[in-house]
Design a protein around this ligand. Structure first.
Ligand SMILES: [Fe+2]
Ligand SMILES: [Fe+2]
Length: 337
């Protein structure tokens, strides 16, 4: 008898715990201490490594899961109760720190205007970054880009037409427009390989610090709650609008740092694709959505600003480490061969 081929994408190994919350989640998934899962400490750090790893692991059960972990954990009431408590801490912090959003038009206009005095990681990598820092940058980005566009797919059944159809049109491009090898996640994996990194999904999870996990957790949080569908649209808009200039800087930086064409294709592709996507998201997703009840402009504005806030925290973390001559990862990468 021939074995049935396993068509599921490879599941990554579980990471190491970073504190009591992630230890409790990981221990449960391994079949130890199945119940009860712990109460959240009253003063849990909404940006802490421990909380964000715990949340990230909970969310991954909705994407690829983990090797050796029963898929049924995805809908465990005990784990979902803990996840809800983690989400409450994080979402409350996002709402508190972002504050009352200004009108959506103002938020979108702000995203469209590149500040002349920009200073983020793409500016640093272009002007003075090292190849080691470029490799770290890819590791920070890998939890999202190796599953690029997946978190935004949660919005599809939650939006009315024509916004739903327009979102799917953008997503079609993200998944390679009929050519699986051109899916943006595949281009990102090829770029990692070009930089001598392991492109396997989750290979560097233990090295990725809380600020980078918080960025992808923001997308999953918005994506997995229908009540936050407007915030997810705002997050998506923020990515598409701000991507082209940063992608151009990163492609040039990586070329300067010795990347081959496959080591820059991901960002070169985004310079072109996202210039189109930002128009589509603004005019064919957002405009019809806000023209009818059910998806308040304020929710979209909040999502864009909250995502930007998480990105700003990650940028500060990276730049602070690099300015101090330190690794921005939890554990430095091995030297490149
Ligand atoms: Fe993309
Ligand atoms: Fe895009």
């Amino acid at each position: 008898m021939t074995a049935t081929p396993d068509l599921r994408p490879a599941a990554p190994p579980l990471p190491e715990p970073r504190g009591p919350l992630s230890a409790a989640v990981l221990s449960a998934l391994l079949g130890r201490d199945r119940y009860p899962l712990p109460e959240l400490p009253p003063a849990a750090d909404p940006w802490g490594d421990d909380l964000h790893l715990a949340l990230y692991v909970c969310y991954e059960l909705h994407y690829r899961g983990f090797a050796g972990v029963d898929d049924a954990w995805e809908w465990s009431p005990a784990l979902l109760a803990l996840r809800a408590a983690l989400e409450e801490v994080f979402l409350s912090a996002l709402r508190r720190e972002v504050g009352e959003p200004p009108p959506l038009a103002e938020v979108l206009a702000g995203l469209l205007a590149e500040p002349p005095d920009g200073y983020g990681p793409s500016h640093h990598l272009l002007a003075a970054g090292t190849r080691a820092q470029a490799r770290e940058y890819l590791v920070h980005r890998s939890p999202y880009h190796l599953k690029e566009a997946d978190p935004q797919m949660w919005a599809v059944p939650r939006l009315p037409n024509p916004a739903k159809a327009a979102l799917v049109a953008v997503q079609y491009d993200e998944y390679g427009a009929g050519r699986p090898e051109r899916a943006h996640a595949e281009l990102f994996a090829a770029m990692m390989a070009d930089f001598g990194l392991d492109p396997a999904y989750g290979a560097y999870l233990d090295a990725v610090p809380g600020p980078a996990l918080a960025v992808v957790n923001t997308m999953s949080l918005f994506g997995l709650h229908r009540s936050l569908r407007g915030a997810l649209v705002g997050q998506f808009a923020a990515v598409e609008i701000t991507s082209p200039p940063g992608a151009a800087r990163l492609a040039d930086a990586f070329e300067r740092l010795g990347a081959s064409p496959r080591g820059t294709l991901f960002y070169r592709e985004h310079v072109l694709a996202d210039a189109v996507h930002e128009q589509l998201v603004r005019h064919t997703v957002i405009d019809p959505l806000v023209a009818r009840p059910g998806c308040p402009e304020q929710d979209i504005a909040f999502g864009a600003l909250a995502y930007g806030h998480a990105e700003d925290r990650l940028a500060a973390h990276q730049l602070d480490a690099w300015r101090a001559g330190a690794s921005s990862l939890r554990t430095p990468l091995p030297e490149e061969d």
